[in-house]
Design a protein around this ligand. Structure first.
Ligand code: CP
Length: 348
């Protein structure tokens, strides 16, 4: 694997899940694979989970790891070609990228949408330069449009929980154990939720892409539904084939997994609105996932990629419930990253 960006890069999903379970059973099984190999993790934006889980994954594989926060300690980078470099940006990305490539075997990059131009964001201007000029395999650690390490971890989590009939008390917050009757073909709902600031579409894009692939690509399949207010339609390249239900309560009926996430306007129907929060977010408070919506589900598990704003995206009681699996979901980031780095090492 030379690039990890889309679900198609991982190939057969059932095989990928089998590898994830193999790693989970023995996460150091491939310790010798990364000996004398170096992973470089480059962050243009903040991170907690991606930074730690990917570093841990590289260590599981016996790799050395270099982490670079581009905005702390490195030269300020110019990213546009053709610019007369007379500002405070001392180095051009076109030199910086091949230099970074000199010191490592694999490169992971996090670079969020800038919301300056939909075209630039959706053409993945930054990540594509890393693919073109680094000379190394590149894995996306959340780009302008995708977050595949998260979506893979989400799929692993759904696979682990979909057949469980006993929900234990939440290990952190308690609550009562319940028995749930799983659907043979679980219903997975991606729900938009309000947020005060404009957030990128990378997480919902990737989640949709992976869930659509899983509808037919994993044993038993699943049914995938997206719900959001009008105007927040995701880009067709990620959601073609998905059912969209604008009535959130209707979408939640009988659901087995609720995946809450905010995203700003993708600009599909009105390009001028790209990257905007439409209207006043206070007017969308009924979209906050709470007990009212969860009551119509099939005792659904609650998921979110984190970080999450409580009582904005989800109420305290839902995220603290026994059916909340946000922590195991985050733990699976180590597993998805280990599988991806293993595949990349194997194809060096
Ligand atoms: N979910 C996720 O990618 O978390 P971080 O932004 O903290 O890395």
């Amino acid at each position: 694997m030379k690039v990890f960006q889309h679900v198609s890069d991982i190939g057969n999903l059932q095989q990928a899940l089998a590898e994830a379970m193999e790693i989970k059973a023995d996460r150091y099984k491939y310790q010798s694979l990364g000996k004398n190999k170096t992973a470089m993790l480059i962050f243009f934006n903040n991170s907690l989970r991606t930074r730690l889980s990917t570093q841990k994954a590289a260590m599981n594989l016996g790799m050395n790891v270099i982490v670079l926060d581009v905005n702390q300690g490195a030269w300020k980078l110019e990213t546009e070609r053709g610019v007369i470099m007379e500002s405070d940006k001392s180095e051009h990305l076109l030199e910086a990228i091949p230099v970074m490539g000199c010191y490592c075997d694999l490169i992971g990059v996090r670079s969020f949408a800038r919301f300056e131009s939909r075209k630039d964001d959706y053409e993945e201007q930054i990540l594509n330069q890393f693919i073109k000029y680094s000379g190394r395999p590149v894995f996306f650690m959340e780009s302008a449009t995708v977050h595949p390490l998260q979506a893979f971890a989400d799929l692993i989590t759904i696979e682990e929980y979909k057949n469980r009939t006993k929900v234990e008390p939440n290990p952190l917050f308690g609550g009562e154990a319940i028995t749930r009757v799983p659907n043979k073909r679980p219903k997975v709902v991606l729900s938009w939720a309000p947020h005060p600031k404009a957030l990128p579409q990378a997480v919902p894009n990737s989640f949709a892409e992976w869930m659509i692939a899983a509808q037919t690509g994993i044993e038993g399949g699943l049914d995938f539904v997206i719900t959001h207010p009008e105007g927040y339609e995701l880009d067709p390249q990620f959601v073609a084939g998905a059912k969209v239900e604008y009535d959130q309560m209707k979408a939640f009926e009988g659901a087995d997994f609720i995946y809450a996430k905010n995203w700003s306007c993708p600009g599909v129907t009105r390009p001028a609105d790209y990257g905007k929060v439409l209207g006043d977010y206070h007017d969308f408070s009924e979209w906050t996932v709470g007990a009212r919506q969860m009551a119509v589900t099939n005792n659904a598990y609650f998921m979110h990629c984190l970080p999450v704003r409580r009582n904005m995206i989800v109420t305290d009681d839902v995220i603290e419930a026994p059916t909340s699996i946000v922590i195991p979901e985050a733990a699976n980031r180590e597993i998805s990253a280990t599988v991806v780095l293993k595949r990349m090492l194997q194809s060096l």
